[in-house]
Design a protein around this ligand. Sequence first.
Ligand code: NAD
Length: 368
Amino acid sequence: MSDPKNILMLAGDGIGPEVMGEVKRIIDWSNAKGDTNFVVEEDLVGGACYDVHGVAVTDATMAKAHAADAVMLGAVGGPKWDDVARENRPEAGLLRLRKEMDLFANLRPAVVFDALIDASSLKPELIKGLDIMIVRELTAGVYFGQPRGEEIRDGVAYGFDTQIYSEPEIDRVARVAFDMAKKRGNRVCSVEKANVMESGVFWRKVVTKLHAADYADVELSHMYADNCAMQLVRAPAQFDVIVTDNLFGDILSDCAAMLTGSLGMLPSASLGTKDANGKTPAMYEPVHGSAPDIQGEGKANPLATILSYSMMLRYSFNLGQQADNVDQAVQNVLGQNLRTADIMSKGMTQLSTQDMGKAVVAELEKLG
Ligand code: NAD
């Protein structure tokens, strides 16, 4: 049996515990089979943590997150905590985890499953087989740049933010994108607004330099962010890996996500810098929120969280074959016309959250 790996599971609020329960089901199955040796520790985050400790994540949980081999997060938030002070709001727990683990690279795949092709607003021929990976810089850029604020200049009120990137900040996220491309279609498209922004010119320069120095074997192209937005809805299949900054990545990854048609199917990973022992801090979470409107009704789609688990197998533990099996099991379940309420359509069989998890495990059994 392989060395045990520690996973910190932070299910959070709303449907978080329900969808995370189905990942636990898969881990229990694969641990019992001897395929994995995951030691799972569960803890509180978000509103659930606030209710017990008065903060959205405790120092003790942060220490566990730093020590874990990987963190899995469900979702945080809900109307119950709307009046809580900003620094203790459920989202503050998520932000603290991302910031203190220095998770600078956000990976958002946009994959179209054949069985769900009609859920997209685009024509099937445009999105069939779509498989894009967007790598978004997550800890710098205009969302964090200083100075920011409001002030009066010559009697006129201004509001401002600062778009600023250092060479190391661009270099490290571009490396993630190039490394990722090597395991996929070997193409990276770097996106900025070099036509109108100095920071865009700089971004392009740094990516070009890195490419020439270390990744000349990967195909690199550059695109302006506005054109990229158009191309994503015009001819999305042209992309393999897209790397971009925090602001453009925020917008473009949501745009790409919607090509797939369903929030309940979208996984994500956020990665940090490899330490001296070779461990890369990492957190895996579905893109969707805590969906308080369907909490406790058995309607939540667990597949985004299950696909986030698959990303954890691939990127934290190098278990590519097992990750492929999870992805294939999801494909097969959809191919059998099994659906949760959010992706339900005529002629399909509707399953509860738990039954969807069970169906995935049943497929994993078949795949061996
Ligand atoms: P949401 O993603 O929670 O829900 C949007 C809609 O999609 C809802 O109708 C919901 O029922 C549905 N939905 C979402 N995930 C689903 C799933 N897995 N299966 C089936 N249906 C699903 O977004 P929202 O309603 O804007 O926000 C609700 C709460 O979640 C808010 O408090 C918000 O701040 C929080 N939120 C948290 C995160 C996070 O934890 N990363 C992300 C977004 C929103």
